[in-house]
Design a protein around this ligand. Structure first.
Ligand code: GUN
Length: 291
């Protein structure tokens, strides 16, 4: 079997078109332009790439982008003061603090200082609690993008066995909540899980979010299962020339694609959907703020 490739890049372009149309209506009918503030502390190269990309796409859909780049040694008090200012700014509807933060900053304290209504990442403890109890919340962008692709591919997910590999607060835990909300039978697997291959082999849906390059081989996959690869890992690629690198996911793409029914590629799968969902969340926050 050769898997259907789920084209996250094309799907994300469709989501962005819908967001752009919604933004145009908000401007024309209500005189409101959604605004997204992104805060980056330090100069982590991967974070810089993500933040640049978020800013560019925000502007492309017609929204205002406010970038705040702070020194790596910014104090917690200064960062909290900036968040306070953004919370009170009526032109800012969404606030995202790029993670990870430098070690001297308390990530939970910083995230929980964001107004939950502007927390377009869905990481604030209020939004985590709302999601966990099945109430209306801001939903974290990466899991939301994964869920949208799964729904588009399968329609109804109810009764499916889903295994999420990874228990991070950014992806693993909210992904499991969303799949549960769609009536999947959900297992969260992690580094201490016993007999991980056997657990993964049960799954109709596998979501890999561990941050370990090509960790999941094809012989862990049930024939016909859907594989969602959240990983973005840079590895050496000597076949491309000395010193060259390439991006790979958390699953071994070729062997998994030979067994799975559907699979997301890396790049071009989950990544573009994450940013598209961030833009959609910002429009949602703007609509809620403006009644
Ligand atoms: N770092 C990696 N992924 C994310 C994300 O989705 N949001 C934020 N704020 N930081 C991240």
């Amino acid at each position: 079997m050769s898997a259907t490739v789920i084209d996250g890049k094309a799907f994300a372009a469709t989501v962005r078109e819908k967001v752009a149309a919604h933004v145009a209506r908000l401007k024309a009918d209500h005189g409101v332009t959604p605004g997204l503030a992104v805060v980056l502390v330090g100069e982590d190269p991967a974070s810089q790439v993500y933040v640049r990309s978020k800013g560019k796409m925000t502007v492309e859909v017609g929204m205002n982008s406010y970038e705040h780049k702070l020194d790596v040694d910014t104090s917690e008090a200064d960062l909290l003061a900036l968040i306070d200012r953004l919370n009170g700014d009526p032109d800012v509807h969404g606030i995202l603090v790029q993670l990870p933060l430098p070690g001297h900053l308390d990530e939970d304290l910083v995230i929980n200082a964001i107004d939950p209504a502007k927390d377009v990442d869905g990481f604030h403890i209020s939004n985590v609690g709302l999601l966990g109890t099945g109430q209306k919340s801001m939903v974290p962008c990466t899991p939301l993008g994964c869920l949208m692709m799964l729904r588009a591919h399968h329609g109804d997910l109810s009764g499916m066995d889903a295994v999420v590999i990874g228990r991070s607060k950014i992806v693993g835990k909210p992904m499991a909540q969303l799949l549960l909300g769609d009536s999947c039978t959900v297992t969260i697997a992690h580094s201490r899980t016993k007999d991980l291959p056997q657990v993964v082999r049960r799954a109709d849906i596998v979501v890999a979010a561990v941050g370990r390059p090509q960790m999941v081989p094809g012989d862990w996959i049930k024939p016909g299962a859907t594989v969602i690869d959240v990983g973005i890992n840079r590895i050496d690629a000597p076949e491309k020339g000395a010193g060259k690198t390439r991006l790979v996911g958390d699953v071994d793409y070729d062997s998994c694609a030979a067994i799975a029914g559907a699979i997301t590629p890396v790049p071009g799968g989950v990544g573009p959907m994450t940013i598209a969902c961030l833009l959609a969340n910002t429009v949602t926050a703007c609509c809620r703020a403006n009644g």
